[in-house]
Ligand binder design. Structure first.
Ligand code: C2E
Ligand code: MG
Ligand code: MG
Length: 755
């Protein structure tokens, strides 16, 4: 090696030009090159290879250390990639080197874009910025060669640094070139590996995403033959990969969509490259599923090859919940029947159609009689059970194209379409009412129910839905009032009646607020002494424009609403007040009778009455509560406990209008009443009708055996009074003695003198 050592002409950055390589040097360079390339071919790891390369070169140039530095484009700084003989502290000083005129040999390679041979570091300005490094490690010379990639781009440097001033010869230059070249190859391979592995990674990620996607994915080729499916597809449709590849997706069709549907789909795919929508498909086992499908046409950018990608999502659950929601929107939750909304929709549709077909339809409004009482006395759970049974029974009586809907608590509407005539509607109504022939059983107790039906015909009675309903409702109310006819067809006057009712209701509420009600008192006379025995409080309405209105004109209406409760409380309070006043001022010692509507015999109303009694407890025994016989007869079951509560508060009980309900006295015994009032109708003909006389005789006698005192109501003549007195009647009440009187009048006639 020595023979060919270049002569050092000067300390310039030049390579000796005349020196040549010796055979040994060739051999050494060749061996180095071969060794590294062999390792490279065997796939040895980059770091190891570069380390090896540096070490081998160092061996060939004693007193020198090899280093490889790379340029980082993004930061513009260099860092040490490999330098096995440079201690870490040295590397640290070199890392972050900025290429420039004072950036040492390597910094200058990048700065000047060519090899740098610094032969005397101490005196070379190219090392100005790296003086500390040079001093610390005692560097004398440093030759650095650019590492080039194809397109000549310099990406780093391969350098040999010597601890003494030194001029490189051809051998050194060759070593530097070989070092830079091999480093370039290694780095290129690394970059390729990195690129390939990134691509592979991407492919792998995409593949995993495809395979593991929750949605079933199908890829078809240009002929729409399936070329790929994922696991979700197999799981959902039941076809294995082998079974489905090469098949046309038609295999999945459920047959629910016509060809027009698919034509439109392909139209959109061909025009816009995309389609999405709902499709009913069929699984391998034949079960149909509803799916949301998104299809995209994909054209390969290089080959122009076309594929179709279909992503399908099972939306059966979504559909089911949608259906449930829409079911809930259109059905009554208790009975499952159509609700008001659904009924209205159906009626409107039918009316639309009828305009063309001229069909006849009927709206039947069915209401259960006295259901409220049943519900109150049995409790809501049993009430609901009855409603469900009613709806089930009704369902069996209608035709398949009729509609049965529940529109309120105990109100049902039956909509009948395509009728020939009115009598058809009546026949259906009769059939519907026949469901009440059999009793309803609740906890092994049977109850007889009754219903009333109002019918309004389309188009005769009304041409639009709301009026049809209103008319049928008015007719139903008529049927409810009528004990004979349970099916009533609408007539024009009924609407007027309904309008009147509405006005009456408004006016009654106002009357309560404005205190337009007044109590009149009708004396009850002791049959034996002819003296005042008591008084019955009877309500009157001083209407601001219509004058005095009698209870017969508003009580039964008030009973249909909650008005009756407020009115009843008002009357009881007034009666107590009046009683207190008369007793205080005139030491009056008689009782006042107060009429209570059967409608007030429910928990809430009784509670309110008991409260009023509680406040006036000292006078409770001077109040006689009157309840009609008819009511007690019909509500015996629920009334007993209520009457017991009243009775135990201290008030007395009286049965009003007795004799018309044909109830046996024994039956009434259970109510623990104190008094019995014979109805005016029996008294009326007592003179002429021996039958009535016999009945009143018997009633009086039997009442006495039960310990009840007997009042005869509506005594209009002396003769009547005489007969009754003979029969043993205890008390008289009637026009013969006095009419119901205003307070002042009553006071003048019966109390003034007693002061
Ligand atoms: P009622 O409880 O049977 O009251 C007796 C009715 O017979 C009273 O009619 C009275 O004026 C009438 N009357 C009495 N003597 C004779 C007579 O000799 N001949 C005839 N023809 N009638 C006679 P009024 O005051 O019109 O009351 C009618 C019904 O209205 C009452 O019948 C009662 O059921 C009800 N009522 C009156 N006030 C109230 C009240 O404050 N609350 C409730 N819930 N109902 C009341
Ligand atoms: Mg009465
Ligand atoms: Mg009466």
């Amino acid at each position: 090696m020595n023979e060919t050592m270049p002569v050092c002409h000067s300390l310039e950055d030049t390579v000796m030009e005349n020196d040549t390589l010796s055979v040994d040097q060739y051999a050494e360079i060749f061996a180095l090159q071969n060794h590294i390339l062999e390792l490279l071919a065997l796939g040895s790891d980059d770091t190891k290879l570069l380390k090896n390369l540096c070490e081998m070169e160092e061996k060939l140039v004693p007193g020198a250390v090899a280093s490889i530095m790379l340029m980082d484009e993004s930061s513009g700084l260099m860092h040490v990639l490999e330098a096995p003989s440079i201690p870490d502290s040295g590397k640290d000083m070199l890392n972050g080197l900025r290429p420039g005129p004072g950036g040492g040999s390597c910094g200058n390679v990048i700065y000047r874009q060519e090899a740098q041979f610094v032969t005397d570091i101490v005196n070379d300005s190219r090392w100005d910025e790296l003086r500390n490094v040079a001093q610390k490690f005692g560097l004398g010379a440093c030759w650095s060669m650019p590492i080039r990639m194809e397109n000549n781009k310099i990406i780093g440097t391969f350098a040999l640094s010597s601890f003494e001033k030194r001029i490189p010869d051809s051998f050194h230059k060759n070593l530097l070139e070989i070092g830079a070249f091999i480093t370039g190859i290694i780095l290129k391979r690394r970059e390729q590996y990195e690129r390939i592995s990134k691509h592979e990674q991407r492919i792998n990620t995409l593949g995993a995403a495809f395979e593991n996607a929750y949605e079933a994915i199908i890829i078809t080729d240009e002929q729409n033959q399936i070329v790929e499916i994922n696991q979700a597809f197999s799981k959902i449709f039941g076809y294995s990969h082998e079974e489905i590849i090469g098949k046309n997706p038609k295999i999945l069709s459920s047959g629910r969509h016509d060809c027009f549907y698919y034509e439109q789909m392909w139209h959109s795919i061909n025009d816009t490259g995309h389609w999405n929508g709902e499709i009913w498909n069929r699984r391998k086992d034949g079960i149909e599923i509803i799916q949301w499908i998104s299809i995209s046409a994909i054209t390969h950018p290089q080959t122009g090859e076309k594929n179709y990608l279909a992503v399908t999502l099972d939306i059966s659950a979504l559909k089911a919940s949608e259906e449930k929601l829409s079911y809930m929107a259109f059905h009554d939750p208790l009975t499952g029947l159509a609700n008001r909304t659904k009924l209205f929709e159906r009626i409107d549709q039918c009316i639309q159609r009828s305009k063309r077909n001229h069909t006849v339809a009927a709206l039947l409004y069915l209401d259960l009689d006295r259901f409220k009482n049943l519900n109150d006395s049995l409790g809501h759970i049993h009430g609901d059970k009855i409603l469900v049974e009613v709806s089930e029974r009704l369902s069996t009586r209608i035709r398949s194209n009729d509609m049965l809907a529940r529109v309120g608590g105990d109100e049902f509407v039956i909509w009948l379409e395509d009728l020939q005539n009115i009598s058809e509607a009546e026949t259906v109504a009769e059939k519907l009412l026949s469901i009440f022939n059999d009793p309803f059983e609740i906890e092994s107790q049977s109850f007889q129910l009754q219903g009333s039906i109002g019918i309004s015909m389309y188009p005769q009675d009304a041409k639009e839905r709301d009026s049809l309903l209103k008319n049928a409702d008015a007719a139903m109310y008529r049927a409810k009032e009528d004990t004979q006819r349970k099916i009533v067809f609408y007539r024009t006057q009924m609407t007027q009646q309904a309008k009147k009712s509405l006005r009456l209701e408004t006016e009654l509420y106002q009357a309560l607020r404005e205190r337009e009600f007044e109590l009149y008192y009708q004396p009850k006379i002791d049959a034996k002494s002819g003296k005042l025995y008591g008084a019955e409080a009877l309500i009157r309405w001083n209407h601001p424009t219509r004058g005095l209105i009698m209870p017969g004109d508003f009580i039964s209406f008030a009973e249909q609403t909650s008005l009756i409760s407020q009115m009843g409380e008002y009357v009881l309070e007034c009666a107590f007040k009046q009683l207190r006043m008369w007793r205080n001022e005139f030491s009056a010692d008689f009782s006042i009778s107060v009429n209570i509507s059967g409608r007030q015999l429910n928990e809430d109303d009784i509670k309110s009455l008991l409260k009023i009694i509680g406040v006036n407890i000292d006078l409770a025994s001077f109040i006689m509560i009157e309840l009609t016989e008819t009511f007690l007869m019909h509500h015996a079951h629920s009334a007993v406990s209520m009457l017991e509560q009243l009775k135990s508060s201290g008030v007395k009980l009286s049965i009003d209008d007795f004799g018309t309900g044909y109830s046996s006295l024994g039956y009434l015994k259970r109510f623990k009443v104190d008094e019995l009032k014979i109805d005016r109708l029996l008294i009326n003909d007592i003179e002429s009708d021996p039958n009535d006389r016999a009945i009143s005789n018997a009633v009086i006698a039997m009442a006495h055996t039960l310990g009840l005192s007997v009042v005869a109501e509506g005594v209009e003549t002396l003769a009547q009074a005489e007969i009754l007195r003979e029969s043993g009647c205890d008390i008289f009440q009637g026009f013969y003695f006095d009419r119901p009187l205003k307070v002042e009048e009553f006071f003048e006639r019966y109390l003034e003198g007693s002061k």
